[in-house]
Design a protein around this ligand. Structure first.
Ligand SMILES: Nc1ncnc2c1ncn2[C@@H]1O[C@H](COP(=O)(O)OP(=O)(O)OP(=O)(O)O)[C@@H](O)[C@H]1O
Ligand SMILES: [Mg+2]
Length: 304
């Protein structure tokens, strides 16, 4: 029995329950370990080449439909994301933003009917969801799933080690991992007790969002897709989460974020803002596009 039917990071199989004794010791050990010095090599393929940064993701004419009934939702999406860039996708409710990001990570509800997606030089569409995450593509969901019976700590360690194994790296030991997690938790102002709790179980909306960013920070995504990471966050939480997202950005990785609001883009400055409408990107510009939208609504943006 699979605990989670779909996970972007790896397949969650029923794992042995974690004994309460272990759970208590996580916090104690975290406190006693010097703050992280470990640098985890994500196995990513290099830095910024001379001249223009390398293309990380190239999507051309992507069409996708609901697998169950064949209804087409994406009608030809085009986007190019280079290393070091932050892209924002905005658009009205139901315009296809979440569908697009779920199709990228290989969500089983959707079927690609046309077009191409190349990620780090390889055809992403022929990869299983798990292989996509091992390749460095991660998504923070609009509504993160709960995983009963699997602690947050265990989940992240398993996900990280699964990726390391695929990249020919030796697994991180739990103790080493505690030290690695410390500053990442601190950056997100998360209590170590979150490590002991089952993934997202009983987390408030804002806590789930922080936890999603923690997972991304741990897994060191090459391309992090954030679907409405700002939704339901109070003002302070928005600042913490956005600052942590800024901290994720390195010269050789990228962020694709979906948002309805300019306020997030005031903290995480996008290189490009795209407007999605009817399952397509209909306009691309710089951050002034988001400002225009904020001030005048979608009618202020002519897409003809
Ligand atoms: N599995 C599915 N089955 C049927 N319809 C779907 C499915 N997934 C998405 N849709 C439909 O596709 C359209 C686009 O949905 P999507 O979730 O991508 O919108 P969105 O742009 O993310 O909107 P929001 O801003 O409200 O989050 C919606 O009309 C939605 O109902
Ligand atoms: Mg959505």
């Amino acid at each position: 029995m699979a605990v989670a039917s779909f996970s972007p990071s790896f397949t969650v199989s029923p794992s042995p329950p974690i004994r309460p004794a272990n759970r208590v010791s996580i916090q104690t050990r975290l406190r006693s370990i010097p703050r992280a010095t470990l640098t985890i090599d994500s196995g990513s393929s290099g830095g910024v080449a001379a001249g223009k940064p390398k293309v990380l993701l190239e999507v051309r004419g992507l069409k996708a439909a609901v697998k169950e009934n064949g209804k087409e939702l994406l009608h030809g999406v085009d986007i190019t994301i280079r290393e070091g860039e932050v892209h924002a996708i905005m658009g009205k409710n139901g315009s296809g933003k979440s569908t697009f990001s779920k199709v990228l990570v290989g969500h089983p509800d959707y079927e690609v009917t046309d077009g191409s997606v190349v990620f780090k030089g390889e055809n992403l569409l022929e990869k299983e969801p798990e292989e996509r995450s091992h390749a460095g593509l991660f998504m923070s969901f609009q509504s993160p799933i709960e995983i009963p019976g699997v602690s947050n700590f265990e989940f992240m360690l398993m996900a990280l080690n699964a990726r390391r194994e695929k990249n020919g790296l030796k697994p991180i030991e739990p103790l080493e991992f505690y030290g690695y997690l410390g500053p990442k938790l601190a950056a997100l102002k998360m209590e170590p007790t979150f490590l002991d709790r089952n993934v997202n179980e009983g987390f408030s909306g804002g806590e789930k969002k922080r936890n999603e960013i923690l997972q991304l920070a741990v897994l060191e995504a090459d391309l992090a897709i954030l679907d409405e990471v700002d939704s339901g966050l109070d003002v302070d939480a928005l600042q913490d989460v956005a600052s942590a997202v800024n901290g994720l950005l390195k010269p050789n990785n990228s962020i694709l974020m979906i948002t309805h609001y300019q306020r997030l883009l005031e903290i995480i400055h996008p290189s490009f803002v795209h407007i999605m409408e009817g399952g397509k990107i209909v306009k691309t510009g710089d951050s002034s596009l988001a400002k225009q939208l904020d001030e005048g609504g979608y009618k202020a943006i002519s897409t003809v």
